[in-house]
Design a protein around this ligand. Sequence first.
Ligand SMILES: O=C(O)CCC(=O)C(=O)O
Ligand SMILES: [Fe+2]
Length: 235
Amino acid sequence: MSLPFDLCPNYQESTKAKTTLLRDPKKRKTGESSTDTASVQHLRPRMVLLKGFVKPEDQIEMAKPQEWRQAELMDDVPGKELDPTARSYGPTRPFDGAQAPAIPDAFKMIAQTANSTASEFSQINPDICIVNYYTNSGKLGLHQDKDESESSLTKGLPFISISIGDTAEFLFGDTRDKDQATKINLESGDVLILGGESRLLFHGISHVKTNSAPSWLKEETGLRPGRINLTFRQY
Ligand SMILES: O=C(O)CCC(=O)C(=O)O
Ligand SMILES: [Fe+2]
């Protein structure tokens, strides 16, 4: 099994929504919304890439998963953690038994706004956010995401993936064969959405490009080299 959790267990998190850490995106001033500048690329049916969708200030918050996880835990609202071995979701993190916190509402809203902007998918109410951290040698083999409920998968509810930090080469295709796969770059702030007939597409990360994160992100957060990926899903 090639799942991201095997690569970077200390960053593996799966959470459920509750409070707000960020400025409410709805209150942004006119002209300030990331939806004004993002380009929308339809890569194949029900697969959409929103380039540069996440505003710098929101990327900065998302680049601090330990901090927002800790803030959400204070609220004592139970979330969900993925056990990658059992391929099931539960209330605690398998490797240390830590309680699963909520997803910050502001993050959920960004994912939902991206989903509306793509305008190809049913809206979801994310109750899972998997956070993966890749070092510069991190990879993720081609796989399908099918640990969510049968109903969610049957409906083709989308998952919404946000990239933060160093650029990754993302592979996707109809089979597990990496030589047949299409390659795209996912840069900091990009949002990729897969749903409908593309929900079970094979996908993975072939490599992470050293020193490719925006310098302001590194300066503001002290982000160590590598990439953070957040996927929002509805169980
Ligand atoms: O890092 C990525 O862009 C993909 C992550 C992924 O496929 C997963 O968490 O299932
Ligand atoms: Fe995946």
